[in-house]
Design a protein around this ligand. Structure first.
Ligand code: ISL
Ligand code: CA
Length: 553
């Protein structure tokens, strides 16, 4: 048997640097702030830190719009700070994973500045430039080269009067898409990645990486009744050359055992098997989106009730599908998702701690590499945003403007934004109960969640103490990383139950997704982890939001 890759037994912690720790009082988190909290992260016991983008950026999408791939934004610090962060992290046994945003750049990146300067510019073809639709005048409604809707509202095409052409942007108009068909673009990206690897980074989280290959014939998408814009997904998700590009990147850039995880909206299980099969040399694992779409309808703002059976069916299918070939990533939260304890749990004072720890238990004990998003280990919750002026995220602001202009009730739009808006995850880290939760001595760029006096990282937070034990279990019990997975009770509407097995060792994992007391009929072995005191356990009944892990023999 060949040795298993290190990232199978690792836990990754995502840092959103803007909101993690501010060292200089400007209200924005920074690299020295992160360095100052490395002991906290080492104490939690995680193995890898993934940093959301810290590169120079106009910050139109909080750094996911990069204007220089080989530097650090002054708001976050300097390259010296970065080198110090890598060294200090490595000294504590923590690895560093960078966010790689190469589907698009900022419109202020020199590549794009050159590209837009004229049709004859050598970098013109580094982006997707197209003339207005046949017979139409550039800039007129409907003259866009395709009818695709952008992730951040409006068309995916921006008209540039200077050359009478449009450029493609799947996200904001300040995030033009790179043209991966052009080999010079690909080599430039690989060289940049190599530069970071040589600087000591341990891997990459690849932003919307399954969108880099597009159908070059750029067909229109299907439109729903009454809507002008259409769905371009079939033409830019998992496009014709996606596997070729990822394999090429892998062969050119990676010659040491790094961690690569591809963020892939719309990826199917069948595609994920191909992306993560080790012998294909593409990526180690993908972030899939099936489970975070279960409470959403046609769009993320169309909120549906969450049903536990759907979650089990989805996770169960991914566990089975990647059991032999490939590997799962496991996540509830990131900087784009609402807080899981508010979403699939219960954030009331009565149940929050049990719900947060139960959710962590169920997630981490699946087969795959778990990701903890900053504050998840504290039981941080969604935010009671008052009005639209409390939001900062471009996705939420654009959607609010578009929906209210189209006649939707502003109050109803706000209901969706409060539930699904990305700013729920982006409020500052709650370090203690001092003003601004100890995040900054200045004014935070986004207001702190008002519950910071109860929910924070001061010693004694029961969610934090539990996450430490949960993370430690992966490091002491090989079955957590390497065991196989069997779902139990797939139709139960309240209980999540499964086993993991490696050789003779079996874990039974039980989670109550409700505020009721529920019988499970299941027990077995020694209790190795539980989020209630173990003294008065009735083996076959779970209390509200209870989690238990049994080990046998
Ligand atoms: O936010 C979302 C969740 O519904 C998605 O539409 C999201 O935009 C998509 O998952 C891609 O996310 C990534 O790329 C975006 C950036 O805004 C996100 O923060 C990033 O995670 C563009 O770079
Ligand atoms: Ca700062």
């Amino acid at each position: 048997m060949t040795a298993e890759p290190w990232w199978k037994s690792a836990v990754v912690y995502q840092i959103y640097p803007r909101s993690f720790a501010d060292s200089n009082g400007d209200g924005i988190g920074d690299l020295p702030g992160i360095i100052g909290r490395l002991d906290y992260l080492a104490d939690l016991g995680v193995d890898v830190l993934w940093l959301s983008p810290v590169y120079p950026s106009p910050q139109d999408d909080n750094g996911y719009d990069i204007s220089d791939y080989q530097n650090i934004d002054p708001v976050f610090g300097t390259l010296d700070d970065f080198d110090r962060l890598v060294a200090e992290a490595h000294r504590r046994g923590l690895k560093i994973v960078m966010d790689l945003v190469v589907n698009h750049t900022s419109d202020e990146h020199p590549w794009f500045v050159e590209s837009r300067s004229g049709k004859d510019n050598p970098k013109r073809d580094w982006y997707w430039w197209r003339p207005p639709r046949d017979g139409m005048k550039g800039g007129d409604p409907g003259a866009e080269p395709t009818n695709w809707r952008s992730f951040f509202s409006g068309s995916t095409w921006e008209y540039d009067g200077k050359t009478d052409e449009y450029y493609l942007h799947l996200f904001s108009r300040r995030q033009p898409d790179l043209n991966w068909e052009n080999p010079e673009v690909r080599q430039a990206v690989y060289a940049m990645m190599r530069w970071w690897v040589d600087r000591g980074v341990d891997g990459f989280r690849m932003d919307v990486i399954n969108m880099i290959s597009k159908d070059t014939s750029l067909p229109d998408g299907i439109t729903l009744a009454g809507q002008a814009l259409g769905d371009g997904f079939p033409y830019f998700i998992n496009g014709p050359r996606i596997h070729e590009f990822l394999n090429e990147m892998n062969r050119v850039v990676f010659d040491s055992p790094l961690l690569t995880v591809g963020e892939m909206p719309g990826v199917t299980l069948e595609q994920a098997v191909e992306f993560t099969a080790p012998d294909r040399r593409e990526v180690d694992m993908v972030f899939q989106f099936e489970h975070v779409g279960l409470d959403q309808g046609a769009s993320k703002w169309d909120i549906r009730p969450f049903r536990l059976r759907d979650l089990k069916a989805s996770f169960g299918r991914w566990q089975a599908g990647l059991a032999d070939v490939g590997w799962n990533s496991l996540y509830w939260n990131n900087h784009d998702q609402p807080r899981v304890v508010s979403r699939f749990g219960d954030d009331s004072p009565e149940h929050r701690v049990h719900a947060a720890t139960m959710l962590g238990t169920v997630l981490h004990l699946h087969r795959g590499t778990p990701y903890v998003y900053q504050g998840e280990e504290l039981g941080m919750t969604n935010v009671p945003f008052d009005g639209i002026e409390d939001f900062r995220d471009i996705e939420s602001l654009n959607y609010y403007a578009e929906a209210t202009a189209a006649g939707e009730d502003p109050a109803a739009v706000l209901v969706s934004l409060r539930k699904m808006g990305r700013d729920n995850a982006r409020t500052p880290m709650q370090w203690d109960d001092s003003p601004n939760a100890g995040f900054t001595t200045g004014t935070p760029w986004l207001a702190v969640n008002p519950n910071y006096r109860e929910v924070n990282a001061a010693p004694g937070n029961p969610v934090f103490d539990y996450y430490k034990r949960l993370i430690a279990l992966r490091h002491t019990e090989p079955v957590v990383a390497h065991g196989d997975f069997t779902m139990l009770l797939p139709d139960d509407e309240k209980v999540y139950a499964f086993t993991r097995r490696l050789g003779d060792v079996e874990l039974l994992v039980l989670g109550n997704f409700s505020g009721d007391t529920v019988p499970t009929g299941l027990e077995g072995g020694d209790l190795v982890l539980a989020n209630y005191p173990a003294d008065d356990v009735d083996p076959i009944v779970l209390r509200p939001w209870e989690a238990r892990v049994y080990r046998s023999p």
